[in-house]
Design a protein around this ligand. Structure first.
Ligand code: GLY
Length: 360
């Protein structure tokens, strides 16, 4: 088991990673001094470990459709009915959409109750559950309403990953792949548990330096500007990690076009992405103009087009990137049928199979 500390000025917690760490939940709840727990779970009841205290189990569903203010209201109503107080604890069990919405409900209920996350997808283990960002969607867009609410512990049980479909596992690899360019060592070929640990360690370091996204935390959005645009342009047929993978390849090429890195470093982006069995091309039928329009609405793009780009001093947010350069780089990218991009090819299936074996 690995334990990654995350230490902020007024809050500290550990992220535990390894097989069976979900069974640390009762210890964690006892340490918090909680008298009762509400567990919100998008997974079968048998996936939820004992809390050691009186517990209300609320079923939930993973997915963007339920990541709404209505779900937050329903959860808070259930908290009231169960008599939950600030001396108790909320536990989330599920993928990133579940940890996001439950985290927000915990942040708002009684102006904040402790929350412990049990992320069950690779994406949630390496990114969503760590670092305190919580949010729900509005009809106008994703993650538009949220709060920073740090968990009291995160238990990344790698046993949960052994049943993930290949494509869902690949979704998480999108976030692991981008770590290569924002300060992590080369994680290719390492056991899955080590890849998760290194990704979480990197994220913890970044969040400790900039909890509220004032600057350094932007690097976590490497590959995300185009990634988010691709998710929207394909009506979410392309999953988050898949979009981030294509966005990472694009970021390498854009950095080269702007003279920030050389051609070899740009090529390394594609090598890394492909080595995780992730897509590296744009979907056919999604035009450059549409992508540029969508990227203009990115939350980071306060002024013109902004991207996190590699450079001589490492990754940094670069604003006011000329639109013609962006368009030229997009035009030069390979375009493949969407069906091909979303189907993990033989290499991806093999690497997912091996990862599942390692997680067992
Ligand atoms: N997922 C990006 C962040 O936590 O800042």
């Amino acid at each position: 088991m690995a334990s990654v500390p995350l230490r902020l000025k007024d809050h500290a917690y550990d992220v535990l990673i390894g097989p069976g760490v979900r069974h640390r939940l009762a210890d964690t709840v006892r340490r918090l001094g909680a008298a009762r727990a509400v567990v919100v779970s998008a997974r079968p009841a048998e996936w939820v470990p004992d809390t050691g205290v009186e517990t209300l189990l609320l079923p939930a569903r993973d997915g963007e459709e339920d990541k709404t203010l209505a779900t937050v209201e329903a959860l808070c109503g259930a908290f009231v009915r169960s008599g939950l107080t600030r001396n108790d604890v909320v536990v989330s069990c599920g993928g990133g959409t579940t940890t996001d919405v439950v985290g927000l409900a915990a942040a708002l209920y009684h102006r904040g109750v402790p929350v412990v996350h049990l992320p069950t997808s690779l994406l949630a283990q390496v990114d969503a559950s760590v670092g305190g960002k919580t949010a729900v969607n509005l009809p106008h867009g994703k993650n538009l309403v949220g709060a920073y609410w740090q968990p009291s512990a995160v238990l990344c049980d790698t046993d949960y990953l052994s049943t993930l479909p290949a494509r869902e596992l690949r979704n998480g690899y999108g976030e692991i792949a981008r770590c290569h360019f924002i300060g992590a060592p080369d994680l290719r070929g390492l056991p899955l548990e080590r890849q998760i640990e290194a990704s979480v360690r990197l994220k913890a370091r970044v969040v400790e330096a900039d909890e509220r996204d004032a600057g350094p935390r932007h690097v976590l959005n490497y590959g995300h500007t185009l990634g988010h645009a691709l998710e929207r342009a394909t009506d979410y047929a392309l999953r988050h990690g898949e979009g981030v993978a294509v966005g990472t390849v694009f970021a390498g090429r854009l950095a080269a076009a702007l003279g920030r890195v050389d051609a070899a470093r740009a090529a390394e982006h594609e090598d890394v992405v492909r080595s995780y069995g992730l897509p590296a091309a744009l979907p056919e039928g999604v035009g450059t103009r549409e992508l540029v329009r969508l990227m203009r609405h990115d939350k980071k793009a306060l002024d013109g087009l902004a991207f996190v780009l590699d450079g001589p001093g490492g990754a940094a947010l670069v604003g006011d990137v000329p639109e013609d350069v962006v368009a030229r780089v997009l035009d030069a990218m390979d375009r493949r049928p969407l069906a091909e991009l979303v189907a993990p090819g033989p290499a991806a299936v093999a690497s997912a199979g091996a990862a599942q074996e390692r997680a067992r």
